[in-house]
Design a protein around this ligand. Structure first.
Ligand SMILES: C[S@@+](CC[C@H](N)C(=O)[O-])C[C@H]1O[C@@H](n2cnc3c(N)ncnc32)[C@H](O)[C@@H]1O
Length: 287
């Protein structure tokens, strides 16, 4: 896990400014629809693979007691800053043991796609089961093979040009191997020297491209960013992810002891097609 953890550590500050808050808004709606109404007031929640913790402040403000768990220290550092009232655990989702039983466990933004095999995912399910009180609830979302095959084409899907950096995410998926990855590419303006006149002149153009309707042009420019800003240092980090077959995930949840397993889209449609992630909800069975 050490090497992967370093990758997540490196991604943390960028994730915290960009994808974290963006995904957080959508995931908050999912929690409000799919799990929070079923929990008692002040319930104890575990945010598994919490990352920089975008969901923890709204959960705390809504009266929940939250523990965030993540394998990356840097991700946790950002989460801690955001929500000092929460508890945090630096652990692997496959091996953690926490004393208190939780009323609910959540894992959002397809974090469990980062488990390298189905066996690893089964291990996570066993730990989650053990950490829940009888009747406790588990909600998580996954990207699935059909969806990844359609959308993860090896071309950038997201990206932005900020004051000090430009970034893009390029997801790819090999259906035969059920193996995917997304590459996070970052261009950083050199910290040592000031903003050049050229950079100053380019800025209004970059700001224009930041508008949502110019996403296509913006991503094209970021792919060629070394030509636009030759002084900015490029780095690429690859995050391998697995496209787990939805039926095998359901089977693994049952094997771990969960009941009332339901799979739905964020709009609570029971048919999960290639345009939607799969949200799994289930319950620890021994009430
Ligand atoms: C895509 S981020 C999602 C973060 C957060 N759940 C959110 O919705 O923004 C995935 C997170 O999973 C964490 N992670 C990956 N593998 C892990 C593992 N085996 N154990 C614990 N955390 C892990 C990474 O460190 C990263 O913070």
């Amino acid at each position: 896990m050490k090497a992967e953890q370093e990758n997540y550590d490196q991604w943390a500050w960028l994730y915290d400014q960009t994808m974290g808050p963006e995904y957080g808004q959508e995931k908050w709606k999912a929690l409000q629809k799919m799990i929070l109404p079923k929990l008692p007031d002040g319930a104890k929640l575990l945010d598994l693979c919490c990352g920089t913790g975008p969901l923890i402040p709204p959960l705390i403000q809504s009266g929940y007691q939250v523990t965030g768990l993540d394998a990356s220290n840097e991700m946790l550092a950002f989460a801690r800053k955001k929500a000092p009232e929460a508890d945090f655990v630096h652990e692997d989702a496959r091996h953690f043991q926490l004393k208190e039983p939780f009323d609910g466990v959540i894992s959002t933004s397809a974090s469990l796609n980062h488990m390298p095999t189905l066996q690893d995912l089964e291990q996570v399910f066993a730990q989650v089961y053990a950490s829940l009180r009888p009747g406790g609830l588990f909600l998580f979302d996954l990207n699935h093979p059909q969806q990844m095959q359609k959308w993860w084409q090896g071309t950038p899907t997201e990206g932005d040009i900020l004051e000090h950096c430009a970034w893009m995410v390029t997801p790819r998926y090999d259906i035969a191997k059920r193996q995917g990855a997304f590459q996070v590419t970052l261009f950083r303006r050199p910290a040592s020297s000031g903003v050049t006149l050229r950079e100053r002149l380019q800025r209004p153009f970059y700001n224009l491209l930041r508008r949502s309707r110019f996403i296509g042009l913006r991503l094209k420019l970021i792919q060629q960013f070394h030509l636009a800003e030759p002084r900015w240092a490029r780095s690429d980090i690859d995050f391998p992810v697995i496209g787990f077959d939805l039926d095998l995930v359901i089977e693994a949840l049952s094997k771990a002891g969960f009941c009332k397993v339901q799979v739905q889209t964020i709009d609570q449609q029971l048919t999960v097609d290639a345009d939607h992630s799969a949200y799994f909800s289930c319950e620890r069975s021994d009430v």
